[in-house]
Design a protein around this ligand. Structure first.
Ligand SMILES: Nc1ncnc2c1ncn2[C@@H]1O[C@H](COP(=O)(O)OP(=O)(O)OP(=O)(O)O)[C@@H](O)[C@H]1O
Length: 200
């Protein structure tokens, strides 16, 4: 599988955020999108996920399911966690796992891996910022998708959880997955850098 962008241009709010962006990510590769605030890192991930329109240029995914969109091959973990505060941690994960098609690990195994297994019965509204982030990341394990788009995935995570996440990302890449992560800091695994844009 390979994700290729050719002369990709992104416009938001009537302004060009980045233009003429070329890159290629192969199966088993981890790419770190870097750039100053406002450079368009989040916009790029949202664009690949199909949540922002491509202004011009081309994005292609070779080797995927021809019946599915590129976005349907992707896990997109952005800044906002769409959880219902009154539902428990387990219920929120069950909802997203079913909604996104499942096919991955058992939810309890995923919660245990991310260190939130003991919080399964707690309403998600009571979670700390780091615990919410870990719940958001649990769907990476419960739903099998080849392309992971992670926006500042280590935000709010303590050092131990950052290491757990690094292990999860490394396993995904070792299994032939693709990873595109926007971050200002190290991810804890070998990555190639894709530096974009200028602050706007
Ligand atoms: N919905 C929107 N409407 C208009 N402009 C937007 C919208 N979303 C983002 N932008 C603008 O697009 C530009 C790129 O934003 P983006 O969030 O992609 O940057 P970033 O590189 O991820 O920044 P940061 O490092 O601060 O997270 C910014 O100038 C931002 O103001």
């Amino acid at each position: 599988m390979r994700l290729t962008a050719h002369a990709l241009t992104c416009q938001r709010g009537g302004r060009i955020v980045f233009a003429g962006l070329d890159f290629s990510i192969a199966a088993g590769e981890a790419v770190q999108v870097t750039g100053p605030n406002g450079a368009g890192k989040s916009s790029l991930l949202r664009l690949v996920a199909g949540l922002v329109r491509i202004e011009s240029g081309r994005l292609a995914l070779e080797g995927g399911d021809p019946e599915a969109s590129i976005g349907e091959h992707c896990h997109y973990c952005g800044h906002q966690d769409a959880f219902k505060g009154s539902l428990t941690v387990a219920e929120n994960l069950a909802f997203w796992t079913a909604y996104l098609g499942g096919g991955g690990q058992d939810p309890q195994t995923a919660m245990d891996r991310l260190g939130i297994g003991h919080l399964a019965a707690l309403p998600a509204g009571y979670l700390s910022a780091g615990q919410r982030r870990r719940l958001a990341l649990a769907r990476l394990l419960t739903v099998a998708r080849p392309v992971w788009l992670l926006d500042e995935p280590t935000a709010a995570l303590d050092v131990a959880s950052q290491k757990v996440l690094a292990g999860i990302m490394a396993e995904h890449v070792a299994a032939g997955g693709l990873l595109l992560a926007a971050t200002h800091g190290p991810l804890g695994l070998p990555t190639r850098e894709l530096a974009i844009g200028r602050a706007t």
